[in-house]
Design a protein around this ligand. Structure first.
Ligand SMILES: [Zn+2]
Length: 279
C-alpha cells in the first residue's frame, strides 16, 4: 500500500473521479501503525503523539461544555433500544445515556448523515451528530433505494456537502439550502455512493474552504480531507458567516462528542486514564 500510494501520488485514481482534483495528495499525512484494541491491525491512524502535542487550533477556538466533567461524572446506563450497557451513548440505537446529558444544537438546515452500512457505527464521526441536534438525521445508504429515501428532498433546496468537481462554495450559495447531505463512509466508498446518488437525484454540491483535519483515523487523501463531523461543523460556521450575523460559536457544540472522543484517545495514548475509545 505504501508503494502504491507513492506511485500514484500525483495522479488521481479512477475512484476519485468526482473529487475536486486540487485537493488530492497535496500533503500526505504522516502515518504510523498504532496498535490498540480499538483499531484492527490493518487500520492506520496518524502519528497521534505528534498531532496531539501540537497546538490544536480548531479545538482551542471552540466554546464547549467542560469535557473533563462529562468524562468524569455520570454512570453507565442500559440502552433502552438494545439493553446493552453504554457509557456515554449507544451508537447502534443512536440513543444518549440519560446520566450524561448532551448539549443540543439548533441548526438552520435539515442535515442528513448518509451512512454507509459497511462503515462501522463505532468508527463514524458523523453518527454522534444525530445525538446533538434534532435537525440531524441518519439515513442508511442503500444503492437501490436512494430515490425513495430522498423523495422528499427537492433538487433546488438540497446540497451534498462534498468537494465535487462541480461544487460551489458556501459564499456562492444564493439562498440558504433546506437540506444538507453529508456522506458518512470511508473515502474508498465515496465514489460508489456519489455515482448512485447522482443517478437517483440531481442534487448540487457545496464545498468548504480549505481546512486541515484533526481526525485520528488514517486516510490517504491528505490533511485537507475532513471527517464527516468536521465537514458538517465547518459548513455551519461558513453558513453563519454567509447567511447570519457572522459566526459567534452558535454551532461549536456540534463538535462536542468529536472533541470528547479526541480527548479519550489522547488520554489513552499518553498512557493516562485508560478509557476505551468510543470511536
Ligand atoms: Zn442501543
Amino acid at each position: 500500500m505504501d508503494g502504491g500510494y507513492k506511485k500514484c501520488k500525483h495522479r488521481p485514481r479512477q475512484r476519485d473521479n468526482y473529487i475536486d482534483r486540487e485537493l488530492l495528495y497535496e500533503e500526505p499525512p504522516t502515518r504510523k501503525l498504532v496498535k490498540h484494541e480499538g483499531f484492527n491491525k490493518h487500520e492506520r491512524i496518524k502519528d497521534l503523539r505528534k498531532q496531539l502535542d501540537s497546538n490544536n487550533q480548531l479545538f482551542s477556538q471552540l466554546k464547549l461544555p467542560p469535557i473533563e466533567g462529562f468524562l468524569r461524572d455520570g454512570k453507565k446506563a442500559v440502552c433502552a433500544g438494545c439493553n446493552k450497557n453504554n457509557r456515554f451513548y449507544c451508537l447502534n440505537c443512536l440513543l444518549p445515556n440519560p446520566n450524561h446529558p448532551l448539549p443540543r444544537v439548533r441548526l438552520p438546515c435539515n442535515t442528513v448523515i448518509l451512512h454507509h452500512p459497511q462503515e462501522k457505527a463505532s468508527k463514524s464521526s458523523g453518527l454522534p451528530l444525530v445525538l446533538l441536534s434534532q435537525e440531524v438525521n441518519m439515513v442508511t445508504y442503500q444503492e437501490d433505494m436512494l430515490e425513495e429515501l430522498f423523495k422528499a428532498y427537492s433538487e433546488e433546496d438540497t446540497y451534498v456537502l462534498y468537494p465535487h468537481k462541480d461544487s460551489i462554495t458556501v459564499t456562492e450559495l444564493t439562498h440558504p439550502p433546506k437540506n444538507i447531505i453529508a456522506i458518512d463512509c470511508t473515502w474508498f466508498q465515496t465514489n460508489t455512493v456519489l455515482r448512485h446518488l447522482e443517478k437517483a437525484k440531481k442534487f448540487r454540491y457545496v464545498k468548504l474552504q480549505d481546512y486541515e483535519t484533526q481526525f485520528w483515523r488514517y486516510q490517504n487523501h491528505g490533511a485537507k480531507a475532513l471527517s464527516t463531523a468536521e465537514a458538517v461543523f465547518y459548513f455551519y460556521r461558513e453558513f453563519a458567516e454567509r447567511f447570519e450575523q457572522g459566526y459567534h460559536h452558535q454551532y461549536d457544540e456540534l463538535l462536542f462528542l468529536y472533541v470528547t472522543n479526541y480527548h479519550i484517545i489522547e488520554e489513552y495514548h499518553k498512557g493516562g486514564k485508560e478509557v476505551k475509545p468510543c470511536i
